[in-house]
Design a protein. Sequence first.
Length: 221
Amino acid sequence: MPPQSFVNGGGGLYIITGGMKAQKSAKFIQLLDKLHHNGISWQGFKPACDYREELNYKNNIPRNYFVSRTGPNLPAEEIDDKGDLSDLIGKIDHSCDVFAFGEFHLYKEAEKLKDIILELRYEGKKTCIVDSLDKYFNGENIPTIAQLMGQATDIEKTYGTCDFDGCKNLGELSQRLVNGEPANYDDPPIVVGASEAYQIRCFGHHIVPGKPEKRILLPSQ
Ligand SMILES: [Zn+2]
């Protein structure tokens, strides 16, 4: 998409989404870098809990940076993801053309963040770019991002290659492993960090013990 289409004066909402390790952060950062090089002003926000020692500390990148597993990084405002988002509201620079929200799914007040993004998009006529998981590890939709997708101008889904031994299929689902074993359907949905606890898997290798069967057309297995 041409960079100038992000400053059309009418607002917009672009969502980059997929499973864990699907390179969505890398694409998000590449897009912001492209906007910067085309003279488009943007302001980024990241949840404070998204501090990954294996990425930030080892590469000497400050806390308040978007950073992807593949290396690129850019500065952002660090936001208290457990709070009421008053810090985010106070930091918004309304002179910017574009607002970028990393790791949307990690915010406790994701519903409120969704409303802020929609206000910027519709009332402020600004363009918002959102990077988020689309589904929990158990394969269920994350409701707030699903709702935002319904209001989006454009959605880019990202994929990886299935991490299961010997499989090269399209990886689209986050596989959570606890002590090397697949996590149960009812386990808490989000655990930050611990990248070793997650893989990306194809549908056939996505294993979630306890997941309810929802078969209508085909016989139960
Ligand atoms: Zn597979």
